[in-house]
Design a protein around this ligand. Structure first.
Ligand SMILES: NC(=O)c1ccc[n+]([C@@H]2O[C@H](COP(=O)([O-])OP(=O)(O)OC[C@H]3O[C@@H](n4cnc5c(N)ncnc54)[C@H](O)[C@@H]3O)[C@@H](O)[C@H]2O)c1
Length: 304
């Protein structure tokens, strides 16, 4: 099979990520079927996908006509048989539970044609955790998306049993859809970008938790040298401090790393006060006009 033989894509899980991935595949010319466990979920997903189509039009990524054609290539079903029987490619975005993912893939393995490629969008699991359960480990790899509204970067991560043919096909399919594939040679927690981002967060949190420099100055240092519009604490605010705290706390406890435990404590103060970042109007900064985005932030500063 070549990338342009992938005509029918099954999106398993029509939530936040499934909607984005499914629409992007449809916009790239594939017929897309969404499979989820409830009709109401699918009805809501369709509304959100229609809204997403509007954002592609507004940002000139698609003409209105092309967006409408993409929407016509999309259908929704709660019937796994109907969803899987003609699929060439599966992109799974169901909750982050290796057993659940394994069970779904096992079910799809019985339904889908032999050539169908299975991919998982998992954020924090490794495909090897459920590769055997899928019944077709050689045709399974992680194909991990970021927010498609802001980036076309995707990670491709095989597990030790993934065939080279599968990896090459996913890479070619990503390029065919205008994406920028980042190829992992082996399984790694956090893929590539997220792994680097977590290290940046870890350093920034330690500098602030130890009182080495203020949150604002740590962001200024990053923004001023790297010429970015946002620094590590601004990024944490945009992700949500509850989410960042959970990840920090999980790894700190798992590794019993003193420095990371202190970072988790530092983050927890914000979470306990209900300051969860941009979504609550306050985190390290106040929203909607955070200080780091205001003119003069990098010129500093006597006003602090
Ligand atoms: N949200 C993100 O920013 C993000 C980014 C990258 C990767 N991911 C990963 O993508 C996956 C999905 O995340 P999400 O944020 O889209 O979750 P979500 O909760 O928004 O959506 C999950 C969907 O899966 C459905 N579902 C549950 N069990 C199912 C089953 N057995 N069969 C079919 N559908 C089922 C749910 O009804 C729901 O609609 C996770 O593995 C997550 O780690 C998330």
């Amino acid at each position: 099979m070549q990338a342009n033989d992938i005509k029918r894509v099954l999106i398993a899980g029509a939530g936040t990520m499934g909607q984005q991935i499914g629409f992007h595949c449809a916009a790239s010319g594939c017929d897309v079927v969404f499979y989820d466990i409830g009709q109401e979920l699918l009805d809501n997903a369709l509304k959100r996908v229609e809204k997403l189509a509007g954002t592609y039009v507004k940002s000139n990524r698609l003409t209105r006509e092309a967006a409408d054609m993409a929407l016509q290539r999309i259908r929704m079903t709660v019937d796994p048989e109907d969803a899987g029987k003609n699929a060439d490619f599966v992109s799974e975005s169901i909750p982050e539970d290796p057993e659940l993912k394994g069970r779904l893939f096992a079910q799809l393995n019985d339904i889908c044609p032999e050539h169908t490629i299975f991919t998982t969008n998992t954020s924090s699991l490794k495909p090897s955790m459920f590769a055997d359960a899928t019944g077709r480990p050689e045709r399974l790899a992680a194909f991990h998306f970021h927010d498609l509204r802001v980036t076309n970067v995707v990670d491709i991560m095989p597990h030790p049993g993934t065939s080279q043919e599968t990896v090459s096909l996913i890479e070619a399919f990503a390029e065919h859809m205008g994406l920028l594939p980042i190829m992992l040679k082996k399984e790694n927690n956090g893929y590539v970008f997220n792994a680097m981002l977590m290290e940046l967060f870890r350093s920034a949190q330690s500098l602030a938790a130890k009182g080495v420099a203020s949150v604002e100055d740590i962001d200024r240092a990053w923004m001023g040298v790297m010429h970015t519009p946002i620094g590590p604490f601004g990024i944490m605010d945009s992700i949500g401090l509850d989410t960042v705290w959970k990840i920090t706390d999980y790894w700190a406890n798992k590794l019993q790393d003193k420095n990371a435990l202190a970072n988790a404590e530092f983050m927890k103060q914000y979470v306990d006060s209900g300051h969860l970042g941009a979504k609550t109007g306050r985190g390290f900064y106040r929203y909607p006009d955070p200080a780091y985005a205001q003119a003069g932030f990098l010129e500093k500063k006597r006003q602090e």
